[in-house]
Design a protein around this ligand. Structure first.
Ligand code: GDP
Ligand code: MG
Length: 593
């Protein structure tokens, strides 16, 4: 145990975690890195260049003649997956804090660092990408000293590209990160920090043993769910799974025990023995609750059951995805899905399309609301369509976040204007170094869900980073804004919005929908309404369009091609009454200027 080091890599997104991990694997000859980002093995992760799931891998390294086992846990950097980051961190004794030499400290650098500090990890600060011409290692060093109070000589300069600093990092891991504590003789207590679904083997849960020993074939129990299993196979994580007979305190490993769905395994749960259980679970277990919801509907009504099957399959390896059948007058039968955040939502949508070939319409995302009625009952609503009659409502509460935005002084003005428009409340403003500032805002989550990131990025020309955590519910003056097409309300286009913004929002929705809905054979009236009151109106003029007219009837193959093209273009359309509405229109509210 004294020769084990468990550590993770934390950083703001794109600061080079995965690349640096590749270099460490290479240097310790754990793998031959043939392609970039060895640990990101989902297609989507590779394409987007982001880490979605945490990954763990064991390296062996001989240092001053002694053999060490180094368990590296690569963590996702995006806010949506911060619970996974926090569990990965809980399985480690040390963290490499990576800061991009040209970007400096960013919002997720700080939020991840706080998590690491909360878990008492030894922090090894690293300035990465020192090979870049735009690197400013001195300035970044100042920021790190300011942030961590570390000594300058403790900060390692590195490059995942050239391999600079890699050996120094490995030495620091061995010298500075403490060996895991705990006792082999105590009852088994292993923290589940991640789980993955494998179509052949079922769920593979990753754990770190805090106390005790586990042997293959042991009868084990998951503390919080209370479920009992046989440890059919246990082992360590190399590039592949490597079975072992026994794992002991401090080890990071995996267990396969005939679990079929991710719902049974909760990240953060504790594994113990049935015969000699530990008396309490490892602390900090919480169930992650989805905060962002959207309707997902099949384009073809017959695909409803297929969609259910696809969502069930997705849920096998993504326990944070929730779904419940719902129906919409406009869209028919579908599901209300719950996501951790917007990125998670996009990923699910893309996976449905790619891995399951499901053609779906998704509605505007919204948050969860607490509706207090006049009898004093509380109801959680995940869909603006599910709101009770306004006359029955006493008040509505919506989720708030505590957020942090890091930027340079040049952009403070526009960012403050943006946040004000999003009902943000400035809590404080702190200088990080020279011209860089951290702004603390309290804001409604519902405002972030709708086009916040894109706006922040464009007004700051990319020089702003953002991070948040949930901060409870607050009473808000929210009202339901309805959209009518040719006089018929389209439930899937309803949103909840703050009273003060409702008129403006209604007008902009109508304008945007006019742009997004193609002209058809008849006039289409688009109206925004609050209750029975129409607050805005636009009309799409009729168009008599015969796409094949140009073909003079002669060229049959060309005509067929055009018809196919038109059919394809129709794929993501939904018939509402007699109006054909494209997918884009359901997300119009995200694209308001
Ligand atoms: P992650 O999001 O923290 O995992 O970051 P990645 O490892 O995916 O790196 C983000 C981007 O930075 C990629 O385009 C990398 O090729 C690039 N990158 C990573 N490390 C370095 C480095 O040391 N030097 C340079 N010049 N580029 C790097
Ligand atoms: Mg990565």
């Amino acid at each position: 145990m004294k020769n084990i080091r468990n550590f993770c890599i934390i950083a703001h997104i794109d600061h080079g975690k995965s690349t640096l991990a590749d270099r460490l694997l290479e240097f310790t000859q754990t793998v031959q890195v043939t392609k970039g980002q060895m640990l990101d093995n989902m297609d989507l992760e590779k394409e987007r260049g982001i880490t979605i799931k945490s990954h763990a891998i064991q390296m062996e390294y001989t240092y001053k003649g002694e053999k060490f086992i180094l368990n590296l846990i690569d963590t996702p950097g995006h806010v949506d997956f911060s619970y996974e980051v926090s569990r990965s961190i809980a399985a480690c004794e040390g963290a490499l804090l990576i800061v991009d030499a040209s970007q400096g400290v960013q919002a997720q650098t700080i939020s991840n660092l706080y998590m690491a500090i909360e878990h008492d990890l030894e922090i090894i600060p690293i300035i990465n990408k020192c090979d870049m011409a735009s690197a400013m290692p001195e300035e970044v060093e100042d920021e790190i000293v300011e942030l961590l109070g570390s000594k300058r000589e403790e900060i390692i300069r590195a490059s995942g590209k050239t391999g600079m600093g890699i050996e120094e990092i490995l030495s620091a891991v061995i010298e500075r990160v403490p060996a895991p504590k705990g006792s082999d003789d105590a009852p088994l207590q292993a923290l589940i920090f991640d789980s993955v679904f494998n179509s052949f083997r079922g769920i593979i849960a990753y754990f770190k043993i805090e106390n005790g020993v586990i042997r293959s074939g042991d009868k084990v129990k998951f503390f919080n769910t209370g479920k009992e299993y046989d440890a059919d196979e246990i082992g360590v994580l190399k590039m592949d799974l490597l079975p072992r007979k026994e794992l002991s305190t401090g080890d990071v490993g995996y267990i396969i025990s005939g679990i079929k769905t991710s719902k049974e395994v909760k990240v953060g749960d504790t594994i113990t023995h049935i015969s000699r259980p530990c008396d309490k679970a490892i602390s900090g277990f919480e169930e992650v609750k989805p905060m962002v919801f959207a309707g997902v509907y099949p384009i073809d009504a017959e695909d409803f059951e297929d969609l259910r099957a696809s969502l069930e399959k997705l849920q096998l390896n993504d326990a944070s995805l929730t779904f419940q059948p719902e129906s919409s007058l406009a869209l028919g039968f579908g599901f209300r899905c719950g996501f951790l955040g917007l990125l998670h939502m996009e990923i699910v949508q893309e996976r449905l399309d790619r891995e399951f070939d499901m053609n779906v319409i998704t509605t505007v995302p919204n948050v969860s609301y607490l509706i207090y009625d006049k009898q004093g009952h509380v109801k959680e609503v995940h869909n603006p369509g599910g709101m009770p009659d306004p006359t029955l409502i006493e008040h509505i509460e919506e989720p708030y976040i505590k957020s942090s935005i890091i930027t340079t002084t040049d952009y403070i003005g526009p960012i403050m204007t943006l946040c004000l428009g999003k009902r943000g409340e400035l809590i404080k403003q702190e200088y990080i170094s020279g011209s860089r500032v951290e702004l603390h805002y309290n804001m409604p989550l519902g405002e972030i869900v709708i086009d916040f990131y894109d706006k922040l990025k464009s007004i700051s020309k990319g020089y702003a980073s953002f991070d948040y955590q949930m901060d409870g519910f607050r009473t808000s003056k929210l009202i339901k804004l309805d959209i009518l097409l040719n006089g018929e309300p389209v439930d899937a286009l309803s949103t909840l919005t703050h009273f003060d913004n409702a008129y403006d929002m209604g007008r902009r929705m109508c304008e945007k929908l006019k742009e997004l809905i193609p002209r058809q054979q008849f006039d289409i009236a688009i109206q925004a309404a609050i209750g029975s009151k129409i607050i805005s109106r636009e009309t799409i003029k009729a168009l008599r369009k015969d796409v094949t007219a140009k073909c003079y009837g002669g060229d049959v193959s060309r005509k067929r091609k055009l018809l196919e093209k038109q059919k394809k273009g129709k794929k993501r359309m939904k018939q509402i009454g007699n109006v054909e509405v494209p997918q884009k229109a359901f997300l119009a509210v995200l694209k308001l200027d």
